[in-house]
Design a protein around this ligand. Structure first.
Ligand code: EPU
Length: 434
């Protein structure tokens, strides 16, 4: 297990560069096996999830070469291979191999994605989509076995019950090589979906309408990568650094940003009173003055992202008066960070899954646990803004999604280190979700 040790209370300043989006990358890497030719991805974040995906690709004889932020994936000798539960549970996004394998081979055997710490995360809409394309889906021994009919998948009109990011991406991957037209209605509109569609279209797929609620896909026989694809910047990592800069920054410039992807988040941060200057592709966050409490309700894109409700929570604690309210409509049980913040002295409670934050003039360092990635980000910010030493257990969950985080924080002046937990030698961090 990893621990993050923070000696907090030091004002941070300087520049930070945002990496490629985790939630694009964890879809685009599996989608690479749809290509008959080698794929080059640029701007790939150095996160543990990518290492795990490369291991899974290795099991299928797909060669990967990851240098700095360029990942080359060569699927020319790929062999169709089951991905059993054990490995697959190391990251939830391995469910994208269902759509990718189905699109490439007409068959996928993938372990059931694990449980997690943010409440239930069903995949019924993914399955419904595969079935609509003609596949049969069985669940045997903790594995999902998906098989296309003998004459291959066929296009279909699929209406999602809710605009699920994962289901939208999985159905796109399965249907790009299906015969005829597929229409996904009530599709998710997140920027990562546009990124996946751009990647696939540059390989010869015909996907229209990504980023809207109706996506149309005309099946093509096969895909071939021809040009490198650059992953979009990670809006959640960017939002995390915005919160950090507002909490403890003495002037921080955040580079490699697509501001539009952060619109509803920045509107809330600015409503609190944080002053931000936006440049072409960077943001400058001024040291915060007196801040006001706000109410946050998470929603699908372009609403306030569920993945940013935890990183903004420490900022609420710095407000001077009033009561802050956070309601996570996407994952109402995503509240595990609150008990940990309370260990640090935060005046914050949960009532009926509603987070109620109150001004907290002084917190103290403590030993806390990162139950999942964004809870980890929240505790990391809290530790950095608090005098004393904070130890974050299960810090591997932070490394799963935050690109070179130790290096980036140190560059801003933080006293932070990540170590192997001396009390738990050789044990992997429990993986929660992505
Ligand atoms: N849902 C269903 N059935 C389904 C799929 C989803 O009921 O078949 C529900 C979920 O339970 C949830 C809602 O629909 O209430 C939205 O879930 P969605 O499918 O959009 O989430 P996801 O694809 O599993 C991705 C991100 C999450 C992010 C959510 C919401 C990846 C790998 N994960 O998950 O990222 O919170 O979208 O935006 O892209 C994170 O990065 O910390 C993270 C958890």
């Amino acid at each position: 297990m990893k621990q993050m040790i923070i000696h907090g209370g030091r004002p941070l300043q300087g520049d930070v560069w945002i990496g490629g989006a985790k939630n694009s990358t964890v879809a685009i890497v599996p989608a690479s096996i749809l290509s008959r030719t080698p794929v080059t991805l640029e701007g790939v974040p150095r996160i543990a999830d990518v290492d795990n995906l490369m291991d899974l690709l290795g099991e299928m004889d797909v060669k990967c070469d990851f240098v700095e932020t360029t990942l080359r994936i060569d699927p020319e000798d790929i062999k169709m291979s089951p991905l059993p539960a054990g490995k697959v549970k190391s990251l939830r996004a391995s469910y994208y191999f269902m759509g990718a394998l189905l699109g490439r081979f007409g068959k996928a055997i993938v372990g059931f994605p694990g449980g997690d710490d943010i409440g239930p995360r069903p995949i019924d809409q993914h399955i419904k989509g595969f079935e609509a394309l003609g596949a049969s889906v069985k669940n045997e021994n903790d594995q999902i076995i998906i098989t296309a009919p003998e004459d291959g998948l066929h296009g279909a009109k699929i209406h999602l019950k809710m605009p699920s990011v994962g289901a939208t991406m999985n159905i796109i991957m399965a249907s790009v090589t299906a015969k005829g037209q597929t229409i996904i209605d009530n599709a998710a509109k997140e920027p990562e979906i546009i990124d996946l569609a751009t990647f696939l279209n540059n390989m010869g797929a015909v996907i229209r309408g990504a980023g809207t609620e109706s996506i149309r896909i005309e099946g093509v026989p096969e895909l071939r990568a021809k040009i490198p694809h650059t992953i979009i910047p990670d809006r959640i990592e960017a939002g995390t650094y915005v919160a950090l800069a507002a909490c403890i920054g003495n002037g921080i410039r955040i580079h490699n940003i697509i501001e539009e992807h952060l619109d509803s988040y920045l509107a809330k941060v600015e409503e609190m009173g944080v002053v931000i200057d936006a440049d072409e592709d960077s943001l400058y966050v001024y040291p915060a003055g007196d801040l006001k409490m706000i109410q946050v309700k998470t929603d699908v894109y372009p609403g306030f992202a569920t993945d940013l409700q935890q990183p903004i929570t420490p900022l609420l604690l710095t407000a001077k008066s009033g009561e802050g309210v956070v309601i996570d409509n996407i994952y109402p049980k995503r509240i595990g960070h609150i008990a940990e913040l309370r260990k640090m002295g935060a005046n914050i409670q949960v009532e009926d899954n509603i987070i109620l934050a109150h001004p907290t003039s002084k917190m103290h360092g403590a030993e806390v646990t990162a139950g999942e990635i964004r809870a980890g980000a929240c505790l990391m910010i809290a530790g950095l803004m608090t005098e004393g030493t904070t130890i974050i257990d299960k810090a591997g969950n932070i490394l799963r999604g935050y690109d070179r985080v130790e290096e980036k924080l140190r560059r801003l002046g933080a006293d932070v280190s990540i170590i192997d937990d001396p009390e738990v030698p050789g044990v992997m961090d429990a993986v929660e979700e992505e």
